[in-house]
Design a protein around this ligand. Structure first.
Ligand SMILES: NC(=O)c1ccc[n+]([C@@H]2O[C@H](COP(=O)([O-])OP(=O)(O)OC[C@H]3O[C@@H](n4cnc5c(N)ncnc54)[C@H](O)[C@@H]3O)[C@@H](O)[C@H]2O)c1
Ligand SMILES: O=P(O)(O)OC[C@@H](O)[C@@H](O)[C@H](O)[C@H](O)CO
Length: 465
């Protein structure tokens, strides 16, 4: 529409559907939520009954927030661009009906207190769960501050995700608004159990009765989510303007592929997500492991090793014969621990290569490299341990660890990992051998053979820089 003036999206002139009543609250108004959960909710037959109120993940970063302001200015609508290898499609998504900054705590409590609310979904990154193996990291100063605030007044504003959920659930209990389901959609194994543990452990510190109520009334759904959603660029927004005439500052871009597999109960109902392609299964673990190890594990390998080789995007790295060989070796090792039928795994590997080769995606390795201290342990450790227990070298898995060590020491993609400040200081102040030992201790891995292997592979990678 080159000759028309740019326009904004607006429900009043017929963009999208009329807003549906709020029955879902989402935390983490990032790109992935808008390409995935909001898209599924937009596609269901009963979309007119399921509106989403979405909150930004954190207040210091978002304030009321750029994305909140952008979506407020266009009736919470936005354009989802699907990037097929040979074409683009642009769809207006209408399932989000209210957007809020993370600090809008009164609105937060009001939604939780409403009996209409049936679901809480989350995409807040792995780091936001602030979890240990049993619950929330109670040594974290932000968590301690939130617990003190909630003890004084359970309606007081709080900042960490576990405490915000506790505050919301306390408001729900006070209003006798009934049970609901919480559906984490971050790349964490057993994300439902992790969310349950972090919320319950904070609630225990605030009010034991509230913790018991949460145990009874909240269903923690574990979900495997998959849809590659890179950060959109100015060029993506310009393309939408060119193709549709809409000036949309909230454009999201994504690949055509999408998967959502869920395990758990929905005591207050849910949209017909299964009609839109999602699956509800009795045991999500096999799907979770397949995705986390084959896709995310290989992503981390490409992010660290590929960027050391000077590559910048996933399609470049997946097309590089050396990286490709490393990925295949990692996949062979990871696949030995998967329980799904072999044919399904082979098909998944082939499909992954096709997804990564999509030249329009431009998924930056630096984005994937972020927060390795949260990602590498859950993506790689189990396979490395199993390979060694079964008396194999685990070289494919060890290479991911070696590449991460090199990354932490300053090679390849820049380090952007708030949870790794101490680790970075230590690995940079010591010899490579000592750095490897430090990282293996972080991964709770004390196998001398692994240390020698990682050291050798890290030396090799350093020379390729
Ligand atoms: N992008 C993808 O391809 C993809 C695919 C599958 C799963 N995911 C999951 O979704 C998460 C978000 O990805 P995205 O692409 O939307 O990223 P994004 O940067 O667009 O959004 C991240 C969101 O998380 C919030 N957040 C970040 N750190 C936080 C913290 N410490 N506390 C509270 N909130 C915090 C931010 O405010 C923001 O709303 C990923 O970390 C991953 O677990 C992403
Ligand atoms: O989103 P993260 O930061 O957990 O991990 C980066 C990528 O591995 C990830 O976003 C994948 O693209 C995604 O998991 C595909 O579904």
């Amino acid at each position: 529409m080159p000759n028309e003036l740019p326009r904004r999206l607006s429900r009043s002139i017929g963009d999208g559907r009329p807003p549906a009543p709020v029955r879902i609250l989402h935390v983490g108004l990032g790109n992935f939520f808008r390409a995935h959960q909001a898209w599924y909710t937009d596609r269901v037959d009963d979309a007119g009954e399921w509106g989403i109120a979405a909150f930004a993940g954190r207040s210091h970063e978002d304030g009321r927030g750029e994305i909140v302001e952008a979506m407020s200015g266009q009736d919470c609508l936005y354009t989802l661009v699907t990037k097929y290898p040979d074409r683009l499609t642009a769809d207006v998504i209408s399932s989000v009906v209210a957007v809020h900054g993370a600090g809008e705590h009164d609105a937060w409590l009001r939604y939780f207190a409403s009996p209409d609310l049936a679901l809480v979904t989350l995409t807040v990154t792995e780091a936001a769960y602030l979890h240990t193996s049993t619950g929330t990291d109670l040594t974290n100063t932000a968590v301690q501050q939130d617990i003190r605030a909630l003890r004084r007044d359970v309606r007081a504003p709080v900042g960490t995700v576990p405490a915000r959920l506790v505050a919301g659930l306390a408001a729900r209990r006070a209003a006798a608004a009934g049970p609901l389901a919480v559906v984490p959609c971050d790349n964490l194994p057993s994300n439902g159990r992790v969310a349950a543990n972090v919320v319950t452990s904070v609630a225990e510190q605030v009010d034991g009765d509230l913790a018991r109520w949460i145990e009874r009334e909240v269903s923690w759904v574990t979900s495997m989510v998959d849809r590659i959603t890179p950060r959109p660029t100015a060029a993506d927004r310009a393309q939408v303007l060119h193709d549709t005439g809409v000036a949309d500052p909230a454009v999201v871009v994504s690949e055509p592929f999408s998967e959502w597999t869920l395990q758990g109960r929905f005591p207050a109902g849910r949209p017909e997500w299964t009609r839109a392609g999602a699956r509800v299964v009795d045991d999500v673990t096999p799907y979770e492991q397949r995705k986390l190890w084959l896709l995310n594990g290989a992503h981390s390998l490409l992010a660290y090793a590929g960027s050391i080789l000077g590559l910048e995007t996933v399609d470049q790295a997946a097309g590089d014969p050396l990286c490709r060989g490393w990925v295949e070796q990692w996949w062979d090792e990871a696949a030995r621990g998967l329980t799904l039928p072999g044919g399904e795994i082979t098909a998944y590997r082939e499909a992954l290569l096709r997804r990564w080769e999509n030249p329009r995606m431009s998924h930056r390795l630096a984005q994937i490299a972020m927060d390795g201290s949260q990602k590498v342990p859950v993506r790689v450790s189990e396979t490395l341990r199993r390979e060694r227990t079964e008396r194999r070298s685990g070289e494919g898995a060890a290479r991911i660890v070696a590449a991460w060590v090199c990354h932490l020491r300053g090679l390849g993609a820049p380090v952007d990992d708030k949870g790794a400040d101490r680790l970075v200081r230590t690995v940079r102040a010591s010899s490579l051998e000592h750095a490897v030992a430090t990282v293996l201790a972080y991964l709770e891995m004390d196998d001398p053979f692994v240390a020698v292997t990682v050291d050798r592979l890290a030396h090799d990678l350093s020379t390729r820089h």
